[in-house]
Design a protein around this ligand. Structure first.
Ligand code: NAD
Length: 491
């Protein structure tokens, strides 16, 4: 029998960590090596119920009515404290995901304090609508709306950018006066519990932030979304699970915010700066081993530059360095789990059956030493696939892309929009008017020109079609996290 890891990742309910139950434990696995590094206490239905009730009690005890300035001061303290404990967050994120340290430092953990500060600013500055109404009898009335917190918000997040996506929801929720119960992914439990330490250290009242660890079906995720005491669910994850969550809350008519999958396109015109476009495209295909909802999996390239762009992308793919996450020159980590690798491998095989030419990659790399047990995959590029092929229609969520030539602007727009998803797009061109024109015609929530994943946290984030419902980011988030009450006063 192999020894159990000593470290526990615990649930956080009503302002305190819950003593773990060894009978309800599952392993936290480092995907770079495949070894368990901690045990996670899986919350049962009773613990989830306690978490929801403690969130309600916190609202009633005054959090919902607390001053915005006081909440903003607390959120800024959370941000400061994350920065003070920056290396611990980086280590926790790396242990759970195997992502390279440079990315964990620059993207994942760096964004957490930014999220808290951005929403402290946005909510502090937000105004309310008001109207002077002229009545039929010649009189007047004043209409104004006051925002109130939604209440107890269930937050369910995936494993790809665990802390970044979690804080992207926790910050606006708490700034708006809600109390939250958070269910991180079973694959990445660490940073949500570490954030609980920070939340407690800076003096956020008990019950305002709760963490329940576990899986989806028949576990903490389902117990939480099915709980009658929640007032809304904000969910980031796959379209299939999002649909399920929506059905679960539908009988009680609770609002849902859904940030779901993507099958994102890039369109590259022949007037572009080749080097810049190839660098940007390569980043958009391979960042986080292709496990970002915004990653490009379809690249449409104008015929005259097709061969050059393809050659450049293959060169970039072959220069990526798969290796130990703690090495500063590692560019690319493993996939999140063996299970996810099986899914990606299925698509790698399917692409070949669907007629793809594999330009680079296509399989599992040979890794040395401890890394041999990790869930590694080769960065992979294909040509020769029809837009109707399943690998061009379904989200793979790995470091892969299909490269397709086009002739005209209209054709490029048609190909890019030929999808049931609608999260993000990137247009690469030096023609100013064409950049704006094509970017606006993309059926997506976010359209970039000559860049990718450049975010202003005040701008709306979300998708259309299978990619989701609602927008987060800036004031758009308040549409979900608050309920307006309109007051009409006859003058
Ligand atoms: P997933 O849907 O499998 O799981 C997401 C979360 O839902 C996890 O915490 C999981 O435990 C929970 N869950 C699963 N079944 C549940 C159920 N029945 N009830 C309640 N909760 C349940 O997704 P994943 O594999 O963790 O994440 C990858 C997906 O997330 C990809 O599709 C990706 O595109 C998407 N994603 C979207 C965005 C965005 O902003 N649009 C961002 C990141 C990831």
């Amino acid at each position: 029998m192999t020894a159990q890891p000593e470290q526990w990742i615990r649930n956080f309910v009503d302002g305190g960590f819950v003593d773990p139950d060894p009978g309800r434990a599952f392993p936290a696995v480092d995907p770079a090596t495949g070894s368990a590094y901690a045990r996670v206490h899986e919350a049962d239905e009773e613990l989830v119920d306690r978490a929801v009730r403690s969130a309600r009690a916190a609202l009633d005890a005054g959090w919902a009515d607390s001053a915005v300035s006081a909440r903003a001061a607390l959120m800024r303290k959370v941000a400061d404290r994350i920065e003070e404990r920056f290396d611990e967050f980086v280590a926790a994120e790396i242990a759970d995901t195997g992502k390279p340290i440079t990315q964990a430092r620059k993207l994942d953990v760096a964004r957490a304090p930014m999220n808290f500060r951005a929403y402290a600013d946005v909510v502090s500055a937000a105004g309310q609508d008001s109207f002077i109404t002229e009545t039929a009898d010649g009189g007047r009335a004043l209409n104004y709306a006051v925002r109130k917190p939604l209440g107890v918000v269930a937050i369910i997040v995936p494993w790809n950018l665990p802390l970044l996506l979690l804080t992207w929801k926790v910050a606006p929720a708490l700034m708006s006066g809600n109390a939250v119960v958070v269910k991180p992914s079973e694959d990445t439990p660490a940073t949500a519990s570490l954030l609980a330490e920070v939340i407690a250290e800076v003096g956020v009242p008990r019950g305002v932030y709760n963490v329940v660890q576990g899986f989806g079906a028949d576990s903490a995720g389902a117990f939480l979304t099915g709980h009658p005491g929640i007032d809304g669910v904000t969910f980031t994850g796959s379209s299939a699970t999002g649909t399920h969550v929506m059905k679960t809350v539908a009988p009680r008519v609770r609002p849902v915010s859904l940030e779901l999958g993507g099958k994102n396109a890039a369109v590259v015109f022949d007037d572009v700066d080749l080097g810049e476009a190839i660098d940007g495209l390569s980043r958009s295909i391979f960042t986080n081993t292709g496990q970002v909802c915004l990653c490009t999996e379809r690249v449409y390239i104008q015929r005259g530059i097709f061969d050059d762009v393809v050659a450049g992308l293959v060169e970039r793919a072959e220069k990526l360095r798969l290796g130990p996450p703690t090495d500063f020159d590692t560019t690319t980590g493993p996939l999140i789990s063996q299970k996810h690798r099986e899914k990606v491998q299925y698509y790698l095989d399917l692409a070949v059956q669907e007629g793809a030419q594999v330009l680079t990659g296509g399989g599992v790399p040979r890794m040395e030493g401890a890394l041999a047990g990790g869930s590694w995959i080769e960065p992979t590029l294909w040509t020769g696939i029809a837009n109707s092929a399943r690998v061009m229609r379904e989200e793979v969520f790995g470091p892969v892309a299909g490269l397709v030539p086009f002739d005209s602007e209209d054709e490029a727009i048609r190909l890019a929009n030929d999808t049931e998803y609608g999260l993000a797009a990137a247009v690469w061109t030096n023609d100013l008017r064409r950049g704006h024109r094509v970017a606006q015609k993309m059926n997506v929530g976010m359209s970039w020109v000559n860049t990718w994943y450049l975010r202003d946290l005040r701008s709306p984030f979300g998708g259309v079609g299978l990619s989701g419902i609602g927008r987060e980011g800036g004031e758009a988030a308040l549409h979900f996290y608050t309920e307006p009450t309109n007051v009409c006063v006859a003058l």
